[in-house]
Design a protein around this ligand. Structure first.
Ligand SMILES: [Zn+2]
Length: 227
Protein backbone atom coordinates (compact mmCIF):
# COMPACT_ATOMS: atom_id res chain seq x y z
CA UNK A 1 0.00 0.00 0.00
CA UNK A 2 1.63 3.18 -1.09
CA UNK A 3 0.29 6.53 -2.02
CA UNK A 4 3.26 7.12 -4.30
CA UNK A 5 2.84 4.12 -6.60
CA UNK A 6 2.14 5.23 -10.15
CA UNK A 7 -0.83 3.54 -11.85
CA UNK A 8 -0.07 0.73 -14.27
CA UNK A 9 -3.17 1.31 -16.36
CA UNK A 10 -4.67 4.42 -17.89
CA UNK A 11 -7.29 6.26 -15.89
CA UNK A 12 -10.70 6.87 -17.46
CA UNK A 13 -12.40 10.01 -16.20
CA UNK A 14 -15.69 9.38 -14.45
CA UNK A 15 -16.94 12.90 -13.93
CA UNK A 16 -18.74 14.99 -16.49
CA UNK A 17 -18.94 18.52 -15.06
CA UNK A 18 -20.92 21.11 -16.92
CA UNK A 19 -19.02 23.67 -18.95
CA UNK A 20 -17.61 26.54 -16.88
CA UNK A 21 -16.35 29.92 -18.07
CA UNK A 22 -13.35 29.81 -15.73
CA UNK A 23 -11.07 26.79 -15.76
CA UNK A 24 -10.47 27.25 -12.00
CA UNK A 25 -14.06 26.13 -11.41
CA UNK A 26 -13.06 22.60 -12.46
CA UNK A 27 -10.55 22.26 -9.64
CA UNK A 28 -12.98 20.66 -7.21
CA UNK A 29 -13.94 18.08 -9.87
CA UNK A 30 -10.31 17.38 -10.69
CA UNK A 31 -9.54 16.91 -7.00
CA UNK A 32 -12.17 14.15 -6.89
CA UNK A 33 -11.26 12.71 -10.29
CA UNK A 34 -7.60 12.32 -9.40
CA UNK A 35 -8.20 11.16 -5.80
CA UNK A 36 -6.58 14.18 -4.16
CA UNK A 37 -3.18 13.39 -5.70
CA UNK A 38 -0.95 15.50 -7.90
CA UNK A 39 -0.99 13.52 -11.15
CA UNK A 40 2.76 14.01 -11.70
CA UNK A 41 4.42 13.54 -8.28
CA UNK A 42 1.48 11.82 -6.47
CA UNK A 43 1.77 13.97 -3.35
CA UNK A 44 -1.63 13.99 -1.62
CA UNK A 45 -3.33 17.31 -0.90
CA UNK A 46 -4.32 15.99 2.55
CA UNK A 47 -0.82 16.83 3.81
CA UNK A 48 -1.26 20.55 3.36
CA UNK A 49 -3.76 23.13 2.22
CA UNK A 50 -5.40 22.09 -1.06
CA UNK A 51 -5.32 25.80 -1.97
CA UNK A 52 -1.73 25.31 -3.10
CA UNK A 53 -2.89 22.76 -5.66
CA UNK A 54 -3.51 23.99 -9.14
CA UNK A 55 -5.39 23.22 -12.33
CA UNK A 56 -2.79 22.11 -14.85
CA UNK A 57 -3.37 22.62 -18.57
CA UNK A 58 -1.75 19.55 -20.07
CA UNK A 59 -1.70 21.24 -23.45
CA UNK A 60 -0.60 24.68 -22.26
CA UNK A 61 -3.12 27.49 -22.54
CA UNK A 62 -0.29 29.91 -23.39
CA UNK A 63 0.37 27.97 -26.60
CA UNK A 64 -1.81 29.59 -29.30
CA UNK A 65 -2.60 26.17 -30.77
CA UNK A 66 -4.34 25.12 -27.57
CA UNK A 67 -6.25 28.26 -26.60
CA UNK A 68 -9.53 26.46 -27.38
CA UNK A 69 -8.65 23.87 -24.72
CA UNK A 70 -8.34 26.40 -21.87
CA UNK A 71 -11.68 25.33 -20.39
CA UNK A 72 -11.77 21.81 -21.74
CA UNK A 73 -12.13 19.47 -18.78
CA UNK A 74 -10.24 16.69 -20.57
CA UNK A 75 -7.17 18.92 -20.91
CA UNK A 76 -7.13 19.73 -17.19
CA UNK A 77 -5.29 17.85 -14.46
CA UNK A 78 -4.95 18.13 -10.68
CA UNK A 79 -1.43 19.20 -9.88
CA UNK A 80 0.63 20.48 -6.94
CA UNK A 81 2.10 23.98 -7.07
CA UNK A 82 5.65 22.67 -7.52
CA UNK A 83 4.88 20.42 -10.51
CA UNK A 84 2.64 23.11 -11.99
CA UNK A 85 5.43 25.63 -11.76
CA UNK A 86 8.16 23.33 -13.16
CA UNK A 87 5.94 22.09 -15.99
CA UNK A 88 4.95 25.63 -16.96
CA UNK A 89 4.14 25.83 -20.66
CA UNK A 90 6.01 22.73 -21.64
CA UNK A 91 5.03 21.07 -24.87
CA UNK A 92 7.39 18.98 -27.03
CA UNK A 93 8.74 20.65 -30.16
CA UNK A 94 8.53 17.35 -31.96
CA UNK A 95 5.05 15.95 -31.36
CA UNK A 96 5.92 12.60 -32.90
CA UNK A 97 8.80 11.66 -30.69
CA UNK A 98 8.18 13.83 -27.61
CA UNK A 99 9.44 13.75 -24.98
CA UNK A 100 6.04 13.97 -23.35
CA UNK A 101 5.42 14.41 -19.66
CA UNK A 102 3.14 11.43 -19.09
CA UNK A 103 -0.33 12.00 -17.62
CA UNK A 104 -2.48 9.23 -16.11
CA UNK A 105 -5.28 9.49 -18.71
CA UNK A 106 -3.25 9.22 -21.90
CA UNK A 107 -0.33 7.14 -20.68
CA UNK A 108 0.42 4.14 -18.52
CA UNK A 109 2.36 6.08 -15.91
CA UNK A 110 4.27 3.09 -14.51
CA UNK A 111 5.72 2.39 -17.94
CA UNK A 112 7.60 5.69 -17.60
CA UNK A 113 8.15 6.35 -13.89
CA UNK A 114 7.89 4.13 -10.83
CA UNK A 115 8.28 4.75 -7.13
CA UNK A 116 11.18 3.03 -5.40
CA UNK A 117 10.08 2.22 -1.84
CA UNK A 118 13.61 1.45 -0.72
CA UNK A 119 15.06 4.86 -1.56
CA UNK A 120 12.00 7.13 -1.69
CA UNK A 121 13.06 8.19 -5.18
CA UNK A 122 11.27 7.79 -8.48
CA UNK A 123 12.94 5.67 -11.12
CA UNK A 124 12.72 6.33 -14.82
CA UNK A 125 11.52 3.40 -16.92
CA UNK A 126 11.65 5.14 -20.30
CA UNK A 127 13.29 8.18 -21.91
CA UNK A 128 10.08 10.14 -21.30
CA UNK A 129 10.21 9.07 -17.65
CA UNK A 130 13.79 10.22 -17.43
CA UNK A 131 12.88 13.56 -18.94
CA UNK A 132 9.88 13.97 -16.60
CA UNK A 133 11.86 13.02 -13.49
CA UNK A 134 14.41 15.74 -14.25
CA UNK A 135 12.11 18.38 -15.75
CA UNK A 136 9.71 18.26 -12.78
CA UNK A 137 12.54 17.81 -10.22
CA UNK A 138 10.83 14.70 -8.87
CA UNK A 139 13.93 13.56 -7.01
CA UNK A 140 14.81 16.84 -5.34
CA UNK A 141 16.02 16.21 -1.80
CA UNK A 142 12.90 17.66 -0.15
CA UNK A 143 10.63 15.50 -2.32
CA UNK A 144 12.55 12.32 -1.52
CA UNK A 145 12.60 13.10 2.21
CA UNK A 146 8.87 13.80 2.19
CA UNK A 147 8.19 10.41 0.55
CA UNK A 148 10.44 8.58 3.00
CA UNK A 149 8.91 10.26 6.07
CA UNK A 150 5.43 9.55 4.75
CA UNK A 151 6.24 5.88 4.15
CA UNK A 152 7.65 5.57 7.66
CA UNK A 153 4.60 7.23 9.21
CA UNK A 154 2.29 4.93 7.20
CA UNK A 155 4.21 1.92 8.54
CA UNK A 156 3.89 3.14 12.15
CA UNK A 157 0.17 3.84 11.78
CA UNK A 158 -0.40 0.42 10.19
CA UNK A 159 1.41 -1.26 13.09
CA UNK A 160 -0.65 0.78 15.55
CA UNK A 161 -3.85 -0.39 13.84
CA UNK A 162 -2.78 -4.01 14.30
CA UNK A 163 -1.84 -3.35 17.95
CA UNK A 164 -5.23 -1.76 18.68
CA UNK A 165 -7.11 -4.63 16.99
CA UNK A 166 -5.22 -7.05 19.18
CA UNK A 167 -6.22 -5.06 22.27
CA UNK A 168 -9.87 -5.37 21.20
CA UNK A 169 -9.51 -9.15 20.91
CA UNK A 170 -7.83 -9.35 24.32
CA UNK A 171 -10.55 -7.24 25.99
CA UNK A 172 -13.26 -9.49 24.47
CA UNK A 173 -11.48 -12.60 25.71
CA UNK A 174 -11.14 -11.16 29.22
CA UNK A 175 -14.85 -10.32 29.32
CA UNK A 176 -15.79 -13.81 28.12
CA UNK A 177 -13.59 -15.42 30.75
CA UNK A 178 -15.01 -13.17 33.47
CA UNK A 179 -11.65 -11.52 34.15
CA UNK A 180 -13.22 -8.05 33.76
CA UNK A 181 -16.81 -6.93 34.26
CA UNK A 182 -18.94 -5.32 31.53
CA UNK A 183 -18.47 -1.84 32.96
CA UNK A 184 -14.69 -2.08 32.77
CA UNK A 185 -14.91 -3.71 29.32
CA UNK A 186 -17.00 -0.86 27.93
CA UNK A 187 -14.59 1.75 29.30
CA UNK A 188 -11.62 -0.03 27.72
CA UNK A 189 -13.45 -0.37 24.40
CA UNK A 190 -14.38 3.31 24.35
CA UNK A 191 -10.73 4.24 24.82
CA UNK A 192 -9.52 1.85 22.12
CA UNK A 193 -12.20 2.98 19.65
CA UNK A 194 -11.19 6.59 20.15
CA UNK A 195 -7.52 5.69 19.51
CA UNK A 196 -8.53 3.69 16.42
CA UNK A 197 -10.48 6.64 15.06
CA UNK A 198 -7.53 8.99 15.53
CA UNK A 199 -5.12 6.51 13.99
CA UNK A 200 -7.38 5.92 10.95
CA UNK A 201 -7.65 9.65 10.45
CA UNK A 202 -3.83 9.92 10.41
CA UNK A 203 -3.63 7.07 7.92
CA UNK A 204 -6.21 8.68 5.64
CA UNK A 205 -4.20 11.88 5.74
CA UNK A 206 -0.96 10.09 4.90
CA UNK A 207 -2.50 8.03 2.11
CA UNK A 208 -4.58 10.89 0.73
CA UNK A 209 -7.76 8.88 1.20
CA UNK A 210 -9.59 11.32 3.46
CA UNK A 211 -13.13 11.46 2.01
CA UNK A 212 -14.11 14.63 0.20
CA UNK A 213 -17.41 16.35 0.77
CA UNK A 214 -19.88 16.18 -2.10
CA UNK A 215 -19.67 19.02 -4.59
CA UNK A 216 -22.51 21.42 -3.75
CA UNK A 217 -25.15 22.09 -6.39
CA UNK A 218 -24.30 25.80 -6.24
CA UNK A 219 -20.78 24.97 -7.44
CA UNK A 220 -21.90 23.33 -10.62
CA UNK A 221 -24.14 20.57 -9.47
CA UNK A 222 -23.38 17.10 -8.37
CA UNK A 223 -20.87 15.37 -10.60
CA UNK A 224 -22.50 13.03 -13.05
CA UNK A 225 -20.85 9.68 -13.27
CA UNK A 226 -20.28 8.17 -16.65
CA UNK A 227 -22.39 5.07 -17.31
ZN1 LIG B 1 3.33 17.40 -7.95
Amino acid sequence: MSVFLYPKTKLTRKLRPRRFKRYQSYKRFLQTEFSRLCVYCRFPDTRGPSSIYAVDHYRPKANPRFTALTNDYFNLFYCCAACNSWKGNYWPDDEKSGPYIPNPCDHEMAAHIVFDKATGEVKAMSPWGEYTRDYLHLNDRGMVEFRRTTMHAIKLCTEEEIRLSSRVTKAKTKLRRGEIDRDRYEKVMLLIESQQETNRSYLQELLGTKPLEAIPASKGGLPMFAP
